[in-house]
Ligand binder design. Structure first.
Ligand code: CA2
Length: 146
Protein backbone atom coordinates (compact mmCIF):
# COMPACT_ATOMS: atom_id res chain seq x y z
CA UNK A 1 0.00 0.00 0.00
CA UNK A 2 1.31 3.45 -0.87
CA UNK A 3 1.94 5.98 1.87
CA UNK A 4 1.14 9.69 1.88
CA UNK A 5 2.87 11.87 4.46
CA UNK A 6 0.66 14.49 6.13
CA UNK A 7 3.12 17.10 7.39
CA UNK A 8 2.17 20.07 9.54
CA UNK A 9 4.53 22.79 10.65
CA UNK A 10 4.83 25.27 13.50
CA UNK A 11 1.89 26.19 15.71
CA UNK A 12 -0.54 23.94 13.85
CA UNK A 13 -0.65 21.86 17.04
CA UNK A 14 -2.72 24.80 18.38
CA UNK A 15 -5.54 24.27 15.88
CA UNK A 16 -8.96 24.26 17.48
CA UNK A 17 -7.73 25.94 20.64
CA UNK A 18 -7.17 29.57 19.54
CA UNK A 19 -7.99 31.95 16.64
CA UNK A 20 -11.05 29.93 15.48
CA UNK A 21 -12.13 32.89 13.30
CA UNK A 22 -9.05 32.23 11.11
CA UNK A 23 -8.35 28.52 11.51
CA UNK A 24 -11.69 27.02 12.61
CA UNK A 25 -12.43 24.83 15.60
CA UNK A 26 -11.15 21.46 14.39
CA UNK A 27 -8.10 20.15 16.25
CA UNK A 28 -5.02 18.73 14.55
CA UNK A 29 -5.80 15.34 16.13
CA UNK A 30 -9.28 15.47 14.48
CA UNK A 31 -7.72 16.32 11.10
CA UNK A 32 -5.14 13.53 11.35
CA UNK A 33 -7.80 11.00 12.35
CA UNK A 34 -10.08 12.07 9.51
CA UNK A 35 -7.35 12.04 6.84
CA UNK A 36 -6.04 8.65 8.00
CA UNK A 37 -9.59 7.20 7.85
CA UNK A 38 -10.15 8.73 4.43
CA UNK A 39 -6.83 7.30 3.27
CA UNK A 40 -7.90 3.82 4.43
CA UNK A 41 -11.15 4.25 2.48
CA UNK A 42 -9.23 5.36 -0.64
CA UNK A 43 -6.59 2.64 -0.30
CA UNK A 44 -3.53 4.59 0.89
CA UNK A 45 -1.76 4.70 4.24
CA UNK A 46 -1.35 8.14 5.81
CA UNK A 47 1.65 8.92 8.03
CA UNK A 48 1.01 12.02 10.17
CA UNK A 49 3.70 14.27 11.61
CA UNK A 50 3.74 17.75 13.15
CA UNK A 51 6.70 19.68 14.45
CA UNK A 52 7.48 23.22 15.53
CA UNK A 53 11.11 22.71 14.54
CA UNK A 54 12.39 23.41 11.04
CA UNK A 55 15.18 20.82 11.37
CA UNK A 56 12.75 18.10 12.44
CA UNK A 57 10.50 18.85 9.48
CA UNK A 58 13.52 18.62 7.14
CA UNK A 59 14.49 15.31 8.77
CA UNK A 60 10.95 13.91 8.39
CA UNK A 61 10.97 14.78 4.66
CA UNK A 62 14.31 12.95 4.21
CA UNK A 63 12.94 9.94 6.11
CA UNK A 64 9.73 9.91 4.05
CA UNK A 65 11.77 9.52 0.90
CA UNK A 66 13.93 6.76 2.45
CA UNK A 67 10.73 4.97 3.51
CA UNK A 68 9.40 5.23 -0.03
CA UNK A 69 6.49 7.59 0.63
CA UNK A 70 4.63 8.27 -2.60
CA UNK A 71 3.70 11.91 -1.90
CA UNK A 72 3.05 14.45 0.83
CA UNK A 73 0.42 16.95 1.89
CA UNK A 74 2.24 19.83 3.53
CA UNK A 75 1.11 22.79 5.56
CA UNK A 76 4.45 24.26 6.52
CA UNK A 77 2.79 27.06 8.52
CA UNK A 78 4.97 30.15 8.82
CA UNK A 79 8.00 28.26 7.44
CA UNK A 80 6.18 28.43 4.08
CA UNK A 81 7.19 32.09 3.94
CA UNK A 82 10.71 31.79 5.33
CA UNK A 83 12.30 28.40 4.82
CA UNK A 84 14.83 27.77 2.07
CA UNK A 85 15.79 24.64 4.07
CA UNK A 86 12.33 23.08 3.66
CA UNK A 87 12.30 23.98 -0.03
CA UNK A 88 15.72 22.38 -0.49
CA UNK A 89 14.60 19.23 1.37
CA UNK A 90 11.54 18.88 -0.88
CA UNK A 91 13.48 19.64 -4.05
CA UNK A 92 16.42 17.44 -2.99
CA UNK A 93 14.24 14.41 -2.25
CA UNK A 94 11.91 15.12 -5.21
CA UNK A 95 8.99 14.15 -2.94
CA UNK A 96 5.83 15.14 -4.83
CA UNK A 97 3.59 17.28 -2.62
CA UNK A 98 0.49 19.42 -2.42
CA UNK A 99 0.87 22.63 -0.39
CA UNK A 100 -2.12 23.34 1.86
CA UNK A 101 -3.10 26.44 3.80
CA UNK A 102 -6.21 26.52 5.92
CA UNK A 103 -6.63 30.27 5.55
CA UNK A 104 -6.63 32.24 2.31
CA UNK A 105 -3.13 33.63 2.67
CA UNK A 106 -3.80 36.08 -0.20
CA UNK A 107 -6.48 37.85 1.87
CA UNK A 108 -3.97 38.33 4.67
CA UNK A 109 -0.72 40.25 5.28
CA UNK A 110 1.60 40.73 2.27
CA UNK A 111 4.35 38.63 3.91
CA UNK A 112 2.05 35.59 3.61
CA UNK A 113 1.69 36.02 -0.16
CA UNK A 114 5.09 34.55 -0.94
CA UNK A 115 5.81 30.85 -0.53
CA UNK A 116 9.20 29.17 -0.91
CA UNK A 117 7.33 25.95 -1.74
CA UNK A 118 4.60 26.76 -4.27
CA UNK A 119 6.63 26.67 -7.46
CA UNK A 120 7.92 23.15 -6.69
CA UNK A 121 4.53 21.84 -5.44
CA UNK A 122 2.15 19.81 -7.62
CA UNK A 123 -0.48 22.36 -6.60
CA UNK A 124 -1.54 24.72 -3.85
CA UNK A 125 -4.79 24.85 -1.84
CA UNK A 126 -5.53 27.91 0.29
CA UNK A 127 -8.61 29.20 2.04
CA UNK A 128 -10.77 26.06 2.01
CA UNK A 129 -10.39 25.62 5.76
CA UNK A 130 -9.43 22.17 7.00
CA UNK A 131 -11.27 20.66 3.99
CA UNK A 132 -8.11 21.56 2.06
CA UNK A 133 -6.34 18.52 3.55
CA UNK A 134 -9.14 16.22 2.35
CA UNK A 135 -9.17 17.89 -1.09
CA UNK A 136 -5.41 17.33 -1.37
CA UNK A 137 -5.67 13.64 -0.48
CA UNK A 138 -8.59 13.06 -2.86
CA UNK A 139 -6.67 14.86 -5.61
CA UNK A 140 -3.55 12.73 -5.08
CA UNK A 141 -5.49 9.46 -5.12
CA UNK A 142 -8.15 10.26 -7.72
CA UNK A 143 -5.70 11.68 -10.26
CA UNK A 144 -3.38 8.73 -9.59
CA UNK A 145 -0.58 11.05 -8.52
CA UNK A 146 0.04 8.32 -5.88
O1 CA2 B 1 -3.42 29.14 6.71
C1 CA2 B 1 -2.55 28.33 7.02
O2 CA2 B 1 -2.74 27.12 7.07
C2 CA2 B 1 -1.15 28.84 7.40
O3 CA2 B 1 -0.20 27.93 6.87
C3 CA2 B 1 -1.11 28.82 8.93
C4 CA2 B 1 0.17 29.43 9.51
C5 CA2 B 1 0.46 30.79 8.89
O4 CA2 B 1 1.71 31.27 9.35
C6 CA2 B 1 0.47 30.74 7.37
O5 CA2 B 1 0.69 32.03 6.88
C7 CA2 B 1 -0.86 30.22 6.85
C8 CA2 B 1 0.03 29.61 11.02
C9 CA2 B 1 -0.38 28.39 11.78
C10 CA2 B 1 -0.75 28.80 13.16
O6 CA2 B 1 -1.82 28.01 13.58
C11 CA2 B 1 -2.52 28.40 14.67
C12 CA2 B 1 -3.67 27.70 14.94
C13 CA2 B 1 -4.44 28.04 16.01
C14 CA2 B 1 -4.06 29.08 16.86
C15 CA2 B 1 -2.91 29.77 16.60
C16 CA2 B 1 -2.13 29.42 15.51
Amino acid sequence: MKTVLLLNGPNLNLLGTREPQIYGSTTLADIEKHIAALGAQLGVAVACYQSNSEGELVGRIHRAREEGAAAAIINAGAYTHTSVALRDALAGTALPFVEVHISNVYKREAFRHHSYLSDIAIGVIAGLGVYGYEAALRFLVETKAV
